[in-house]
Write a protein that binds this ligand. Structure first.
Ligand code: HGY
Ligand code: MN
Ligand code: MN
Length: 425
């Protein structure tokens, strides 16, 4: 379908329905601070997922689930083919799980936005040569199990299904057992998709940064997705009396961790090139206000747009531990939690997003993503890209995450046109 043909599509996204869907999901896992906490395979995650499954059925989709709990729903092609189709499918989707006290749009926009995009295609009488599949990926945020992008990693084969099912959360709950929360019955379809069975993938997502807003651009067409390294580090010091212990006799675990965190900030600035480093999770034991910290557990989150920069940053961060331990008499353990390589998106999908934006009369910008997304793994088996819409103030992973309703609707409009372009060419 050419851009002009996509431009002739009479796409009318229902803003009322989209905002109602986001508002309904925004009540599931809502905390007193206005943030959303919806851990993977939790009751909240299951409630959100079953709401979406109902909306998918209402949109005429054939809804299934796969071996790791991804929700998989298909819109038939012109020839009526849905699952047992010779032609490869065009896929879209995102996630419903959240970070602790996160925003209402990170994930859900790409999930209910896809349902609203299908409804807009239905209303416009658009038929496609290829089926369209909507996916709700499990466990993108990694805030329960040790890794994130779980559902998409299983779909691409990046992680074996058996290894996903064997994941254990900090309370000792095994993924396979936690899936019972979803209450899925009946046969699950395979999670793994073979290269060649998916014609293209596109994910609608809030930018989670300030580039679109500051440049006054309507739509981002994502060209690459940054890579990620996360390490869990434990600092073993010596708990002791905060008043009676002279400074030169202390082995303070928190000061060792603080020195490490400040080193991460310095290393990320020195590596540059878009590299960033964060220590966002840290626990102090025993945690008494008059006790020198004896133990600190900390997780670092390192990102960079190329494997070389990521390796340089991670290398410094881990090698610095030895010197800190020696200097402060603190024993240090560290464990790699995950490394996800940066990934390029594909010209086929990027160009489709740009053409769809133009067809909708919107400006667009090719841009990298500093955040990780399910698209990164799907790109391992299919041409993929993402549609970004502006984040107000560039904020995300916090209760103030927000996007103008007009921009939400524009994102869904561009998604509908992108799907039509990809499923008809
Ligand atoms: O951490 C990320 O980049 C994503 O939000 N999971
Ligand atoms: Mn996120
Ligand atoms: Mn996300």
């Amino acid at each position: 379908m050419s851009a002009t043909a996509a431009g002739k599509l009479d796409i009318n996204v229902s803003e009322t329905q989209l905002l109602a869907d986001l508002e309904r999901l925004g009540r599931i896992g809502l905390g007193a601070d206005g943030g959303i906490t919806r851990r993977a395979l939790s009751n909240e995650d299951a409630e959100a997922r079953s709401y979406v499954a109902e909306r998918m059925r209402a949109a005429g989709l054939d809804v299934r689930h796969d071996e790791v709990g991804n929700l998989r729903a298909r819109r038939p092609a012109r020839d009526g083919a849905t699952w047992n189709t010779r032609s490869n499918v065009v896929m879209t989707g995102s996630h419903l799980d959240s970070v602790p006290s996160g925003g209402k749009l990170d994930g859900p926009l790409g999930v209910v936005g896809a349902v609203c995009a299908v409804e807009a295609l239905n209303a416009a009488g658009v038929q496609t040569e290829r089926p369209i599949e909507l996916v709700v990926f499990v466990g993108e945020e990694g805030s329960r199990f040790k890794r994130g992008t779980i559902g998409s990693a299983a779909l691409s084969g990046h992680v074996a299904v058996a290894d996903v099912l064997a994941l254990v959360d900090p309370d000792g709950v095994i993924y396979r057992n936690a899936m019972a929360t979803y209450g899925d019955s009946g046969a699950a379809i395979p999670a793994r998709v073979e290269r060649g069975s998916v014609h293209a993938f596109v994910e609608l997502h809030v930018e989670q940064g300030g580039v679109l807003e500051s440049s006054g651009t309507d739509i981002g067409a994502v060209t690459t997705i940054a890579g990620l390294v996360q390490h869990m580090v434990t600092f073993h010091g010596d708990a002791n009396h905060a008043g009676a212990t002279p400074m030169h006799l202390r082995r303070d675990a928190l000061l060792a961790a603080a020195q490490w965190a400040l080193g991460i900030e310095r290393a990320a600035r020195e590596v540059g090139g878009g590299a960033v480093g964060t220590v966002g999770k840290l626990t102090v034991e025993p945690g008494g206000k008059n006790i020198i910290p004896g133990r600190v557990d900390a997780i670092c989150d390192l990102r960079a747009p190329t494997p070389e920069l990521l390796t340089a940053l991670a290398g410094f961060v881990i090698s610095s531990l030895h010197g800190i331990g020696e200097q402060r008499g603190v024993e240090i353990e560290q464990q790699l939690l995950q490394r996800v390589e940066p990934g390029p998106m594909h010209e086929l999908a990027i160009a489709a997003v740009e053409r769809a934006a133009a067809a909708a009369g919107l400006s667009s910008l090719r841009m990298p993503s500093g955040a990780i997304h399910d698209a990164l793994h799907v790109a391992e088996v299919a041409p993929a890209s993402m549609i970004f819409v502006p984040s107000i103030g560039g904020k995300s992973h916090c209760p103030t995450e927000a996007t103008q309703p007009r921009d939400l609707v524009r994102g869904v409009d561009v998604l509908a046109r992108t799907l039509a372009i990809l499923a008809n060419e």
